[in-house]
Design a protein around this ligand. Structure first.
Ligand code: SAM
Length: 288
């Protein structure tokens, strides 16, 4: 590998030489902290049999490390101004494909079929914060053959992903992420680890993708609709939220009956219910 891009002086040199200007609107904060870079790569547990998908390679700081540690790397970058930079910084590697696209619009199944056939893949990325949740939800909902998702996100978002029932952080994102994965906080990251420094703290989170969802439900769509309805107004009871927000509408009596059959007090708030309780309630609503 040539000089590590993660050194602040090297990053500054590459950026200046290419006349590159950071775009805040694309969440462009490049990593300049070698310790954090090493922790991300270690958490991803890469090996020479498997693939790594990076979202937003920037100037290629993390990408170079992925190329050193994985069999095949695919890096999806939206900003075309970074393509000539990446052509230079990744020129030593034959196991990387840079795909110019907005990841939210990219056909990831097609990319996987072309580049990762027969491999298990980890997503490893320092995500653009303005689209973290849609990106993570796309990765999970498309049911790609993923092993781990190791991502740098805003600290509050990581805490919501890993939150357990009962606290203010627990909500629809916690339930969706924990339905598909087992989250584990890897490390907190200060603002000074980036160029330019963002005005929020960050956290690296590792999501171990489950072979089967955490709970079995008969109707997944109803399960997620129920969860969303239960959190529509956080301060209201589960009964109140379900009466007001379930579609199609259900009578108070039928909701009360479903809550009773599943042993859930109607006066509880949505933020106190576990995934298992939501699963039981969803299956019960299907029958009534
Ligand atoms: N990986 C680099 C690093 O760690 O230094 C850069 C990370 S920077 C936080 C986010 C990167 O995502 C930028 O390169 C940005 O251009 C890219 N990006 C922003 N929105 C994107 C999108 N919708 N699809 C793909 N890449 C995107």
């Amino acid at each position: 590998m040539t000089k590590r891009l993660v050194l602040p002086s090297v990053t500054r040199d590459v950026v200046t030489r290419h006349g590159f200007h950071f775009k805040k609107s694309l969440g462009q904060n490049f990593l300049i902290d070698g310790n954090i870079l090493d922790k991300i790569v270690e958490a991803a547990e890469l090996d020479d049999q498997n693939g790594a998908l990076e979202i937003g390679p920037g100037i290629g700081t993390l990408t170079q490390e992925l190329c050193e540690n994985a069999r095949q790397v695919v890096a999806v970058e939206k900003d075309n101004r970074l393509l000539p930079v990446l052509a230079e910084t990744l020129s030593d590697y034959s196991n990387v494909h840079v795909h110019h696209a907005d990841v939210l619009e990219a056909d990831l199944h097609a990319l996987f079929a072309t580049w990762f056939a027969g491999m298990e893949v980890s997503v490893v990325a320092n995500l653009p914060y303005y689209v973290t949740t849609p990106i993570v939800m796309k990765l999970l909902e498309e049911r790609l053959p993923l092993r781990h998702i190791v991502v740098m996100v805003q600290r509050e978002v990581a805490e919501r992903m890993a939150a357990k029932p009962g606290g203010k952080d627990y909500g629809t994102l916690s339930i969706a992420v924990q339905y598909y994965t087992e989250p584990e906080l890897v490390t907190r990251v200060p603002e000074s680890s980036f160029m330019p420094a963002p005005n929020v703290e960050s956290t690296v989170i590792k999501l171990k993708v489950r072979k089967e969802p955490a709970v079995q439900v008969q109707d997944e769509k109803l399960f997620f609709h129920l969860v969303k309805a239960s959190f529509a107004q956080r301060r209201k009871t589960i009964l109140n939220n379900l009466q007001n927000n379930l579609e199609p509408k259900r009578s108070k009596d039928s909701i009360l009956a479903a809550l009773e059959a599943t042993g859930i007090e109607p006066s509880r708030r949505g933020e106190t219910l576990s995934l298992q309780e939501y699963a039981r309630l969803a299956d019960q609503l299907l029958q009534s």
